[in-house]
Design a protein around this ligand. Structure first.
Ligand code: GLN
Length: 309
C-alpha cells in the first residue's frame, strides 16, 4: 500500500475545501490562526512518517492533550484514577456542566473538560504545577524524539483570561471534594497542556504507543501496559469527540481524539497513528476537514477496528 500516495491524494481531494467549518473563537488566540491550514501525517511501525500539506507546522493541540494527560495520570495513579473519573460517553458538549451535579461532581469520562481537569489534578499529584508541566513536556519530547515541542504561552494565557467556563467546572467539582490540589494550580496546568503546540508529524510520532500496545515500536519506550493502551483506545472511540463520537466512529471506524485547535489524533491498532489539522470545526468542536480526511484515508486503506482482516 502506497501511504504517501494516499496521503497526497486525500490532501488534494480536499484542498479546495480548506477554510470550511468554523474556527474556535472563544479562545481569542485561536481565532487568529489561518483557517486554510491543512496538514496530514501518518506514522507507522518502522518509523516512517507520510505527510502532506502543513504537517510540519505546529498548532495548538487543545483537547488532544487529554490523551497524553490520561496516559500519564494512569501511570502515576494506576486504576485508582477511575474512582475520580468515569468511562462513559457523555452525549454532551465538551464543556458541559449538566451531568456533574447529578453525578456528585464525578465527570463521565477523561475526554470532556471536567474529566480532563480531574485527570490533570491527579497527574500533578503531590508535585507543584510547574514540575508537572515540565514532566509532561519532557515525556512528549522523548516520545516524539523532538525537543521543539513547546507550550504556546499566548494561547494558554488567552484561554486562562477567558476561562470562566472551565473555572466553573473546576470550582463545582472542588465543592464536591473532587480535586486534591488548589483549583487555580490545576487550571494553570490544564490551560498550559491545552496550549501545547505540536505538528501533525510530532503528534503522530508521539502517539505510536497507542497503536502498538503501549510501547513505541521505534524508540522502544513503554508508555503504558498493553491492557491500558487498549483501554485508552476504547475511550477514544467512545468519547473522543464528545457528542459527535458516534458520528466519528461511524464515518472513520477507528479511535480518535479531537481538539478545538482543529487537530485530530487517531490510532489504528497494529498499523499506524494519524494526525490531521484544519482549524474549521463542526458544531461539536471536531475539525470538519480533518474528520473527512480521516474518513477518506480509512476508505482508501481499508483500516478499521471493525475489520475482519
Ligand atoms: N482548551 C479547550 C477548553 O478547555 C479544550 C477544548 C477542546 O479542545 N475541545 O475549552
Amino acid at each position: 500500500m502506497d501511504l504517501q500516495q494516499i496521503v497526497d491524494d486525500t490532501w488534494n481531494a480536499l484542498a479546495d475545501e480548506r477554510g470550511s467549518g468554523t474556527p474556535a473563537g472563544y479562545i481569542p488566540a485561536l481565532a487568529q490562526v489561518d483557517p486554510t491550514k491543512f496538514g496530514i501525517a501518518i506514522a507507522t511501525r518502522d518509523g516512517s512518517v507520510f505527510c502532506a500539506g502543513d504537517a510540519d507546522e505546529q498548532f495548538s493541540i487543545q483537547s488532544v492533550s487529554k490523551v497524553f494527560a490520561l496516559a500519564m495520570a494512569l501511570d502515576r495513579e494506576g486504576a485508582a484514577l477511575w474512582e475520580a473519573v468515569g468511562r462513559e460517553p457523555s452525549g454532551n458538549p465538551f464543556n458541559s456542566i449538566v451531568q456533574l451535579e447529578r453525578e456528585k461532581g464525578k465527570p463521565r469520562n477523561p475526554f470532556i473538560n471536567s474529566g480532563a481537569i480531574v485527570t490533570t489534578d491527579r497527574f500533578i499529584g503531590d508535585r507543584g504545577p510547574d514540575e508537572a508541566v515540565a514532566d509532561l513536556l519532557s515525556r512528549l519530547h522523548n516520545m516524539a524524539r523532538d525537543t521543539r515541542i513547546t507550550i504556546d504561552e499566548d494561547v494558554a494565557r488567552s484561554e486562562s483570561e477567558t476561562g470562566a467556563r472551565n473555572r466553573s467546572l473546576a470550582y463545582f467539582m472542588a465543592d464536591f471534594g473532587r480535586l486534591l490540589n488548589p483549583v487555580e494550580d490545576v487550571l494553570s496546568v490544564y490551560f498550559r497542556q491545552c496550549g501545547i503546540a505540536m505538528s501533525c508529524r510530532q503528534l503522530a510520532e508521539a502517539s505510536l504507543f497507542l497503536a502498538f500496545d503501549g510501547t513505541d515500536p521505534v524508540t522502544g519506550l513503554t508508555m503504558c501496559s498493553t491492557e491500558r493502551a487498549r483501554r485508552i483506545n476504547a475511550l477514544m472511540l467512545l468519547c473522543g469527540h464528545y457528542d459527535n463520537s458516534g458520528e466519528f466512529a461511524f464515518d472513520v471506524g477507528f479511535p480518535g481524539k479531537s481538539g478545538v485547535g482543529g487537530g485530530i489524533l487517531a490510532s489504528v491498532p497494529g498499523r499506524a497513528t494519524l494526525a490531521v489539522w484544519s482549524p474549521g470545526l463542526n458544531r461539536a468542536g471536531t475539525s470538519l476537514l480533518g474528520a473527512r480526511a480521516l474518513a477518506q484515508i480509512a476508505d482508501r486503506t481499508g483500516w478499521s477496528v471493525f475489520s475482519g482482516t
